[in-house]
Design a protein around this ligand. Structure first.
Ligand SMILES: [Fe+2]
Length: 182
């Protein structure tokens, strides 16, 4: 898989997780039984893989693209800012979930509001990347540019969707497998 294929695949995987998250938040809103451990695991993954690898990889693509296509500079820099904002939002939401699991009292409506805000922000961000960033990068970057990007960042395997599912994410993996069977 080349870098753009990997980034696109990451988006599909993230979209799957956001759908699960949204469904769990709906349960919380409706006072149905929700799986807080699953929600926490998903947000833990978001801080571990997308925030720590996928977004830094995109930042490198953006940096190169601005060199090659300066007309896209402003929109591209706003995507970089989004990455910082997303990391802040995912960490804040994860912290809130850890409090809930620890038995602290957190209002349901606050959990739902923070979760929905995160989902909407990330969906709209990924949409801009799919529609604008990726096609522009594909058109403007040379083989040499892609090589430079892949040499700049250390490859990291996806702990859920990669070849090996890490133990702490096994329940998410099983949840997704069960879902796709039904
Ligand atoms: Fe992305």
């Amino acid at each position: 898989m080349n870098i753009l294929e990997q980034l696109t695949k990451d988006h599909e995987n993230i979209a799957t997780l956001l759908d699960i998250l949204e469904d769990q938040l709906e349960r919380i809103r409706e006072m149905e039984k929700a799986d807080y451990d699953l929600v926490r695991d998903i947000m833990h993954y978001m801080t571990t893989y997308p925030d720590s690898f996928h977004h830094p990889m995109e930042d490198l693509v953006i940096e190169k693209l601005i060199e090659r296509d300066p007309s896209y500079r402003e929109a591209a820099l706003s995507l970089v800012k989004d990455h910082t904002e997303l990391a802040r939002k995912s960490n804040a939401f994860l912290e809130m979930l850890l409090k809930v699991i620890d038995g602290e009292i957190v209002l349901r409506k606050d959990i739902v509001a923070r979760g929905i805000d995160y989902i909407q922000f990330l969906r709209s961000h990924m949409h801009q990347e799919d529609e604008q960033l990726f096609p522009r990068a594909k058109a403007a970057l040379s083989d040499q540019d892609w090589k430079h990007i892949s040499e700049t960042i250390e490859d990291r395997r996806d702990p859920i969707f990669g070849e090996i599912v890490e133990a702490q994410y096994r329940s998410i993996y099983e949840f997704i497998s069960l879902q796709s069977e039904s």
